[in-house]
Design a protein around this ligand. Structure first.
Ligand SMILES: Nc1nc2c(c(=O)[nH]1)N(C=O)[C@@H](CNc1ccc(C(=O)N[C@@H](CCC(=O)O)C(=O)O)cc1)CN2
Ligand SMILES: Nc1ncnc2c1ncn2[C@@H]1O[C@H](COP(=O)(O)OP(=O)(O)OP(=O)(O)O)[C@@H](O)[C@H]1O
Length: 200
């Protein structure tokens, strides 16, 4: 069954306002703490291709995860809006200049090499709200859900503030569940709808 079509927009308004209200010092500390927790993800140290995102609209910034990837010479990819409301993942090299897309979010250019979603080792996804079982609420474009439908390879990791946790998110059949959620407070292993999660 599909969720009540009213409920996702109302939750987005509430939780986007909540994350935008966080102060700079808290954000900076959260970004550093998140990178420490990320090191406990299975396969983080050996990952060769990791997708991050460019923080927007008050999102928890993956900047310290980026620094860790750069140190390890791991390839970093960013989402690029593509036809059919899909995402492409294009290489964000140290030299690459990013340009804003139609939503104002910086992304690599079309000459930057692509990685097929299934070939990523870890995809770190932005989100508006998360639930312990791995349910993710995004900005509402369905971009990540469309792009990862039927793709089983990469570890799916949500990155968000602890205050973006919700106890009862509306789920839809197309929602792609998260394997882990990283917040400033720790790392949660999500075991799927109806299953218990575990703090790591
Ligand atoms: N940092 C980041 N990058 C991302 C996503 C995301 O959630 N966060 N996306 C996740 O899928 C995709 C883009 N999806 C998005 C959908 C809506 C808006 C947004 O801000 N909409 C504004 C109106 C913007 C405009 O039209 O000018 C709004 O609703 O207020 C942003 C990103 C790909 N890249
Ligand atoms: N696999 C899919 N195929 C076709 N349409 C899809 C798919 N996944 C999601 N959609 C469509 O995308 C729209 C937005 O979905 P939803 O509200 O779950 O997005 P979201 O997860 O919040 O956004 P995002 O993934 O971009 O952060 C819905 O109308 C849905 O029909």
């Amino acid at each position: 069954m599909n969720s009540d079509p009213e409920s996702k927009p109302a939750l987005r308004t509430l939780l986007r306002a909540r994350r935008r209200a966080l102060g700079t010092d808290f954000r900076d500390a959260a970004a550093r703490a998140a990178a420490v927790h990320a090191r406990h993800l299975p396969g983080w140290d050996s990952a060769r291709r990791v997708a991050l995102f460019w923080a927007n609209d008050g999102e928890l910034d993956p900047v310290n995860l980026l620094a860790d990837c750069r140190r390890r010479h791991c390839e970093v990819y960013l989402p690029v809006l593509a036809d059919g409301n899909h995402l492409e993942f294009r290489l964000w090299s140290r030299e690459e200049t990013l340009a804003p897309n139609v939503l104002g979010i910086p992304e690599p250019g079309s000459d930057s090499p692509q990685c097929a979603p299934a070939q990523l080792d870890i995809v770190v996804m932005p989100l508006v709200a998360w639930q312990r079982d791995g349910t993710r609420l995004g900005m509402g474009g369905g971009f990540y859900d469309r792009t990862f439908a039927g793709v089983s390879g990469p570890l799916r990791v949500g990155l968000a503030f602890a205050c973006q946790e919700a106890s009862a998110l509306p789920g839809d059949p197309w929602d792609i569940p998260l394997d882990f959620v990283i917040t400033e407070a720790g790392l949660t292993r999500c075991n799927g709808p109806g299953k218990t999660s575990r703090e790591i």
